[in-house]
Design a protein around this ligand. Structure first.
Ligand SMILES: Cc1cc2nc3c(=O)[nH]c(=O)nc-3n(C[C@H](O)[C@H](O)[C@H](O)COP(=O)(O)OP(=O)(O)OC[C@H]3O[C@@H](n4cnc5c(N)ncnc54)[C@H](O)[C@@H]3O)c2cc1C
Length: 695
């Protein structure tokens, strides 16, 4: 294993109640941290956290501010970014992948401090710039610079009131007027109002908007991107013809001003059309690099994949935070014990508790590595497609495969994080419900990640469609190799647990991966057969596919994402060649996560005939519980290796010092107004007779 410089990682407080478990680890948590995360990325994150911590604008308010204040604060924090100099000038000269990676690291650090802030920045810079690069041409590059300098505040307007997932049915129009060389933007009715658009509610000055491009002859050329100025950047007052407002309070992420807009005969110059894939000449002739307009839309929407990768990174970090809170709390919190009056046991010692929280810890570590691997693959493909002078090879085989992987993985990760937060909340009992535990806020802020940038259930269908295409194709199209195992489909479908455990015992990396290969083949075969049966009885393909979702397609895309994560982790660990104690802990984490996942699919292993009797289910459960028991002694150190600093984690019940009760006492005692009689005290006093009031 290469030499590691861990000196930039701040030490943890010593001597607190967590020390008992910290001492049991036979490895250095800082070195583990650098195995789970690349040094360069971690250095960037610590730099971001240090700068935020030292700036009073980023101090955590003691109470949740009113909605309007949250928006003001997040907007001011975005403006402060430039002064904080988080992005050095030198990154301009880096390659596309290196530069994007740098920005992604910053985003992750910001997201663990405040999701509202990171989403706002993504909308203002990252996503906007990606969209310009994917859809715009040279003349639009000035907007990238302007967005960096905050000369314009940007947003991405795709969703309409009555259409979200089905983007093809968006109805906003951009009609070209050759006389004035302008596009006229119209919202046909309120159902076509753009809505939910982040940054649009109060602040955005320019909206990157998807609208149907219509030429003077009345022909609709499908959806295209347009840069539509909506507010005066000097006054934030909207322009005539633009009715723009805020959609109101949300369940979380209230630092973001989500808005709606209605356009009425609103004119923009020809140059504001993002014309990389389809161009309109000044005379009004439409030219496209695609013959089918839906291909142009597909290429344009593909630019949002970077957003999905960012979402996965954020979800992996959320998993980490939830796991850290649950593990640190469990190591300190004591309840019950064998002797009635004797010492109580930390709840981390209970098997049931281990079974609830260790899969979260293991998932966090495995997914952290898997998402990093996936991000690298994604960036390499996009960089390749940008180098291609012909422009779009985005719809090539590689792009289709990575799109399928992302479409399966974004749902898997965001759902895992959603469930992990809830489990962590309950595992911390009542104190987990305290706002200061962070878990409630984390739950509300994470929740919409399951919906935006592609609703999970809809995205999952795109992944299963691709998988089923591979299943039925004469020739596999898997340049990334994600379904290379399908070459062995006939052998795999014959596989049984009894035979597998002989070939690859449970303590090999291959065991779980082979179980997954069988499961994926079975689900593809099952779903495909279900669709075929319906088609042959005259059912329309659309309906046949819909009716195959519950039977197998939904599970297929989730299982595919899990397989990708596990195999990504295994590939990475094998390459690393780490020393013994680190190899052991990585193996343990893999076992806990893999066995826990296999348990979730147990029914299908039996339904499909992979397993009979109780042996497989019993063996999986036994290995899971044994691995959890082994993980118990090192879990606190593993949590330390993935924990954001206290400042970013902001959880009173999971500080690195482990002083649970002292920190809670301080929280209760200093909580604003804790000892104040309420202003409304008279409203709760029921007038009493003289005699009784003496009581
Ligand atoms: C916090 C937040 C921020 C957002 N920011 C932006 C933004 O900046 N810009 C922007 O343009 N949009 C934004 N959105 C909108 C977001 O992109 C959409 O909400 C998302 O695309 C889902 O669309 P929808 O809400 O219309 O849901 P729908 O498409 O109506 O889906 C509703 C439900 O129906 C299910 N469903 C739909 N079709 C099928 C099917 N074929 N089979 C089975 N089930 C189906 C879905 O799974 C879902 O559960 C934001 C949303 C939120 C919550």
């Amino acid at each position: 294993m290469e030499k590691m410089d861990t000196s930039f990682i701040p030490d943890l407080p010593t001597g607190g109640p967590l020390e008992v478990y910290r001492k049991r680890a036979n490895f250095d948590w800082k070195r583990l941290r650098l195995i789970l995360e690349k040094e360069q990325g971690l250095r960037i994150k610590y730099k971001v956290w240090r700068r935020l911590e030292s700036d009073p604008l980023f101090a955590h308010p003691s109470r949740t501010p009113p909605m309007d204040q949250q928006k003001r604060l997040a907007a001011m924090q975005v403006n402060r970014m430039k002064q904080l100099q988080l992005v050095p000038k030198e990154i301009e000269s880096l390659s596309f992948s290196a530069k994007t990676k740098y920005l992604m690291e910053i985003n992750q650090a910001l997201a663990s401090y405040s999701p509202s802030l990171s989403v706002k920045i993504a909308l203002s810079v990252g996503l906007f710039n990606n969209a310009i690069r994917a859809m715009g041409t040279e003349k639009h590059k000035k907007y990238i610079e302007a967005a960096w300098n905050r000369e314009v505040i940007t947003c991405l307007a795709v969703t309409e009131l009555s259409h979200g997932s089905n983007t093809k049915r968006i109805r906003t129009t951009a009609t070209y007027d050759p006389r004035m060389q302008e596009f006229v933007i119209n919202t046909p009715d309120f159902e076509a109002a753009k809505c939910w658009v982040g940054n649009m509610g109060k602040t955005a000055t320019i909206a990157m908007t998807f609208a149907n491009l219509i030429t003077a002859d009345g022909e609709n050329h499908g959806l295209h991107g347009f840069l539509i100025p909506i507010r005066d950047p000097k006054t934030l007052i909207s322009y005539p013809g633009v009715l723009v407002g805020d959609i109101g309070e949300k369940s979380g992420l209230n630092g973001i001003d989500n808005g709606f807009v209605v356009f009425t005969n609103y004119r923009i110059p020809l140059d504001n059309h993002l014309n990389r894939t389809g161009n309109v000449t000044p005379e009004g002739v439409y030219e496209s690099v695609f013959t089918d307009p839906s291909q142009a839309l597909g290429a344009a929407l593909e630019s949002f994949s970077a957003g999905r990768v960012g979402i996965m990174q954020e979800a992996a970090n959320t998993l980490c935070s939830a796991a850290v809170i649950a593990v640190r709390y469990a190591a300190v919190r004591k309840q019950f014990g064998p002797e009635r009056q004797g010492e109580e046991m930390p709840i981390i010692e209970y098997q049931l508790h281990q079974y609830r929280i260790f899969p979260i810890l293991a998932a966090a570590c495995v997914q952290k590595i898997a998402v990093e691997e996936l991000s690298n693959t994604y960036l390499a493909i996009i960089a390749g497609s940008q180098d291609d002078s012909n422009g779009f090879d985005v719809l090539s085989q590689k792009a289709a495969e990575i799109h399928a992987i992302i479409s399966a993985s974004k749902p898997r990760l965001t759902w895992s994080a959603r469930d992990a937060i809830q489990e962590a909340r309950e595992s911390c009992g009542g104190h987990g419900y305290l706002q200061a535990s962070r878990l409630g806020q984390m739950r509300s802020d994470h929740d919409p990640l399951c919906t935006y940038e592609g609703d999970n259930n809809v995205l999952g269908q795109q992944a299963s469609n691709w998988l089923l295409r591979q299943w039925n194709a004469k020739e596999l199209e898997t340049p990334i190799g994600s379904v290379k195992f399908l070459e062995r489909r006939h052998q795999l479908l014959q596989l049984h647990y009894a035979q597998l455990v002989q070939q690859s015992p449970m303590d090999t990396w291959e065991f779980a991966l082979s179980c997954y290969e069988w499961l994926l083949c079975h689900l593809m075969s099952r779903t495909s057969a279900h669709i075929e049966t319906q088609l042959s009885s005259g059912v329309h393909r659309f309906e046949a596919r819909n009716n195959a979702q519950v039977v197998g397609a939904r599970q297929l895309s989730l299982a595919f994402a899990e397989y990708m994560a596990l195999s990504g982790f295994v590939g990475h660990v094998r390459q690393l060649g780490v020393e013994q104690p680190y190899a052991e802990v990585l193996r343990l984490l893999y076992d806990v996560y893999a066995m826990w996942l296999l348990e979730q699919h147990m029914t299908m292993f039996y339904v499909g005939g992979f397993a009979v009797g109780g042996a497989f289910a019993g063996a999986v459960q036994e290995r899971l519980l044994q691995s959890c028991a082994k993980l118990k002694d090192v879990a606190v150190s593993v949590a330390d290796a993935i924990a954001p600093p206290d400042f970013a984690l902001k959880s009173v019940i999971a500080r690195a010092d482990g002083l649970l009760y002292e920190n809670l006492q301080n929280e209760f005692m200093t909580n604003e107004g804790a000892f104040q009689r309420p202003d409304w005290w008279r409203d709760v006093i029921i007038p009493q007779s003289q005699e009784k009031s003496k009581l």
